[in-house]
Write a protein that binds this ligand. Structure first.
Ligand code: GCO
Ligand code: MG
Length: 424
């Protein structure tokens, strides 16, 4: 299969730098590596010697995406023109017959981001420039503060403020709960996928509902009203419980309350909205514009968190962001450490351009992960700033990556005290 046409002699820069023959995809390889945690990376190479990278990491289900890419996607890419980003997206989405779902959309995202990266390198431009240029100097980010109890969590918030963060997410342990969501193991950065088989945690809603407002009362008392505060419920409440929490938190003026109830049935958010003006954020487990259509159209949320990596890449998230803008819903991309620096780089370029930007989640990657994925974005004055490297500005040291083979790791599960399964 070949899509090679002759465009020799065309004078403009694009054609001067890359004829369609140079843009032909000659290789697509999947790199699975565990520099502290598992990452899946797609590398696409062109005949002209340019390569692009896309993140394909789906936490706890990494090898499903790796196999989807290796077995079902890569053979379809060989011989295609890397410049036909939209057509390749449509080919992988419509052409596969089986649409949507986290595995498919993560695989499509990896291809899409790698192609945008190639386009940037060919054009000699950073990705934000290709999207339409800068809308802002840097992307406001929020850090993760957590503690075993309220006082430890509030101290952690203080440490991030000292480091220059303007927005901090706060989570704390709940008395009587053995492992509340978001709390790290003794001094280590928070990483939920810690064991080969899922850790079993226990959940108690009444205790949590009692603790969370006290946490924010204390954080506001300790740190004042300047810092933006966020909180993640991680899908644990029923709609009416979520409504109560959202109302109880109103005095502390949260930037957002995240995943207050599972969003499978989007109408559930109507109940929360009827009772509270606390801004709501949803979407890290969504993978398509269709997953959030009702929430956005009915103005049931304020921030959409679907990411570049799990939401079909730049091409699809751009459609989602434009749709959300019609309803004044802003972006707030998921940015936990299980999204690789490749995703972070792409997300930051998007954040730098997208008019309806809200905030970007930012958990620090380990030093080792940063060495495996050298990048040019950096934190300054509460914001992340992208560089002007052509493409998304993130590369991979394949030799170093090869030294850290895949380790099976799964996310925890939650059960109620009587043993019944609950949402983690
Ligand atoms: C967040 C998320 C994470 C997820 C994790 C799952 O808001 O950062 O909820 O903590 O649980 O990314 O892979
Ligand atoms: Mg979350």
């Amino acid at each position: 299969m070949s899509h090679v046409e002759s465009e020799a002699g065309t004078p403009d820069r694009w054609h001067a730098q890359a004829s369609t023959r140079d843009r032909e995809i000659v290789a697509a390889s999947v790199i699975v590596s565990c520099p502290g945690r598992n990452f899946v990376t797609l590398k696409i190479q062109t005949r002209g010697g340019v390569h692009g990278l896309g993140d394909a990491t789906l936490n706890g289900r990494e090898l499903a995406v790796a196999a989807y890419l290796r077995e079902h996607v890569a053979p379809n890419l060989i011989g295609r023109d890397a410049g036909r980003i939209e057509d390749i997206w449509q080919f992988l989405y419509r052409g596969a017959y089986w649409r949507r779902g986290p595995v498919t959309m993560t695989a499509i995202a990896a291809v899409d981001v790698a192609l945008w990266d190639i386009l940037g390198k060919l054009a000699g431009m950073p990705l934000y420039q290709l999207l339409g240029g800068r809308s802002r100097d840097g992307a406001l980010v929020y850090a993760h503060a957590n503690g075993r109890d309220i006082s430890e969590a509030s101290d952690e918030v203080g440490k991030y403020i000292e480091q220059g963060f303007l927005a901090v997410r706060a989570q704390c342990g709940v008395p009587g709960i053995n492992k509340a969501y978001g709390i790290s193991t003794a001094g280590k950065p928070y990483e939920p996928a810690e064991s080969e088989l899922p850790a079993e945690t226990v959940w108690n809603t009444p205790r949590y509902l009692e603790t969370a407002p006290k946490l924010f009362e204390r954080v506001r008392a300790d740190h004042g009203n300047q810092v933006e505060l966020l909180h993640d419920v991680h899908h644990r409440l029923t709609p009416i419980e979520a409504a109560r929490l959202a109302r109880d938190l109103e005095p502390y003026r949260l930037f957002w309350l995240e995943d207050a109830t599972p969003a499978d049935n989007q109408k559930c958010f109507e109940l929360i909205r009827q009772h509270s003006v606390t801004p709501l954020a949803v979407g890290e487990v969504f993978n398509s514009i269709w997953d959030c259509k009702h929430l956005i159209e009915q103005q049931l949320i304020d921030y959409i968190r679907t990411t570049i990596v799990h939401g079909g890449g730049i091409s699809h998230i751009r459609r989602l962001a434009d749709f959300a803008a019609l309803y004044q819903v802003r972006t707030g991309f998921h940015g936990a450490t299980d999204l690789s620096p490749v995703c972070m780089g792409a997300a930051l370029h998007f954040d730098t351009w997208v008019p309806n930007f809200g905030i970007q989640e930012y958990m620090f990657h380990s030093e080792l992960a940063n060495e495996v994925f050298p990048h040019d974005y950096h934190f300054r004055d509460g914001r992340l700033h992208v560089g002007d490297t052509p493409g998304h500005g993130v590369d991979i040291d394949e030799q170093l990556a090869a030294r850290f083979p895949y380790l099976p790791r799964q996310l925890p599960v939650a059960r109620l005290e009587d043993g019944a399964m609950w949402d983690w």
